[in-house]
Design a protein around this ligand. Structure first.
Ligand code: UD1
Ligand code: UDP
Length: 381
């Protein structure tokens, strides 16, 4: 029996962890033991607890309850707690997802204790080091022993950074292995979209049954914390809601909620909260999100995960950032980068509205990435 310690903390990681935990319980229950450490980076019920309940993720064995704070404070508290947990549990490997501060802390703590790091969602790059996520993912990749890469572009990025794509076992931090494996988020989307698994009533709850709508999420610090950008985004949404008479559903990340009436111009704020075509809600559960994504006409987002889910559910997407790690979506015309620029957002909206010739190649694997990852961990550790 091999023991892995999985570090999660932020919403998308909890969601990704569901795919691996499901693969372990279905295929490797006697071979792989998972100890789950929740850093507590996200802590509101609808940013954390709800996913454990509805996605069947085992309860965390450890919760560090680090909460919010500056990057330094938050990451330092995580490092301290994760190091103690690693010394206590002595796992054969540590597993981290994605690119958050929880990812960085997990990878650094384990690497310094010479515990092999397994990085799921490795190789992604925005080539924008002003993003905290870009620093986190580069550092994590270079501390890792097994790197699981969701896309072809991720493989290209790692090769360019000097990773040996033909390395041979035994694998170590200095001789890491890189695997192209598909995306665990695709595994989840397929699984949780099945009608027998997903009984979400969000359409009824939000009074959306039979109504066309656009789904939007905004949470990047570069958008929420910058009044110019946040105003441009919300002015665009108001234009779409009023001039195109489109219903827009907007589950608000707590970060966005915090900044909405601070950073929006007062007239924009008043219009947004009083606009009958804009449905503002608390963050929704994953099953609700899957239901909304599968029924939306279009998705407008700055989220990495939501961009891809729009593709999984065959919806066009407008990206509210200046670049993306998921370049294949843009190259294939499924998504348009519009930044936080009102003219570009509205032009992208018109362009997507007029098009019907989208294609959906299998960029993200076959829905069995998690099983491959578990199998490979067992083979090489
Ligand atoms: C983090 C990740 C980001 C990821 C996002 C997913 C980092 C650097 N950023 O950003 O990559 O896309 O999670 O959602 O790790 N807050 C609450 N309740 C919560 C959680 C947060 O109110 O349960 C509020 C707090 O005011 C907090 C703010 O949101 O200061 C930001 O939270 P934080 O975890 O620092 O970063 P995110 O913006 O969520
Ligand atoms: N998500 C959710 N409820 C919401 C918004 C998003 O369950 O109200 C899910 C979404 O379906 C995806 C993940 O959260 O699986 C994406 O996380 P987020 O946008 O917070 O972060 P990112 O992917 O940008 O790191």
């Amino acid at each position: 029996m091999k023991k892995i310690l999985t570090v999660i903390g932020a919403r998308p990681q909890i969601i990704k962890a569901a795919a691996i935990s499901r693969a372990i319980s279905e295929h490797f229950p006697d071979a792989l033991q998972e100890v789950i450490l929740h850093t507590g980076q996200h802590y509101d019920t609808n940013m954390s607890e709800v996913f454990f309940e509805e996605m069947g993720i085992p309860r965390p064995d450890i919760n560090l309850q680090v909460g919010s704070g500056s990057h330094g404070e938050q990451t330092a508290r995580m490092l301290d707690g994760i190091e103690k947990a690693l010394l206590d549990h002595r796992p054969d490997a540590l597993l981290v997802y994605g690119d958050t501060n929880s990812t960085l802390a997990g990878a650094l703590a384990a690497a310094k204790l010479h515990i092999p790091v397994v990085h799921v969602e490795s190789g992604l790059r925005s080539f924008n080091k002003r993003m905290p996520e870009e620093l986190n993912r580069i550092t994590c990749d270079h501390c890792s022993t097994l790197l699981f890469v969701p896309t072809q572009q991720g493989m290209v990025n790692l090769k360019r950074e000097g990773f040996n794509m033909d390395s041979q076992p035994p694998y170590t931090m200095d001789n890491p292995a890189v695997f192209h494996c598909g995306d665990v988020m695709y595994d989840n989307s397929r699984y949780f979209a099945q009608p027998e698994v997903n009984a979400s009533e969000v359409l009824e709850k939000l009074n959306l049954v039979g109504k066309p709508f656009v789904l939007c999420t905004v949470h990047r610090d570069s958008n929420t914390d910058n009044p110019t950008r946040l105003n441009a985004i919300f002015r665009s949404l108001l234009h779409i809601a009023y001039e195109h008479d489109k219903l827009i559903v907007l589950p608000l990340h707590p970060r966005t909620l915090k900044y909405l009436n601070v950073n929006l111009d007062p007239d924009v704020y008043e219009s947004v909260v009083n606009c009958p075509n804009i449905v503002l809600t608390d963050p929704v559960s994953y099953l609700d999100m899957v239901m909304l994504e599968s029924r939306a006409e279009m998705v407008i987002t700055d989220s990495g995960g939501v961009q891809k889910e729009a593709f999984f559910f065959e919806k066009p997407c407008i990206i509210l950032r200046s670049e993306t790690e998921w370049v294949e979506l843009v190259e294939n015309g499924n998504a348009i980068i519009a930044d936080a620029d009102q003219e570009r957002i509205l032009a992208a909206f018109d362009q997507m509205n007029d098009r019907g010739d989208f294609t959906y190649p299998q960029y993200y694997g076959d829905g069995m990435a998690a099983r491959f990852i578990c199998h490979t961990i067992l083979e090489y550790l």
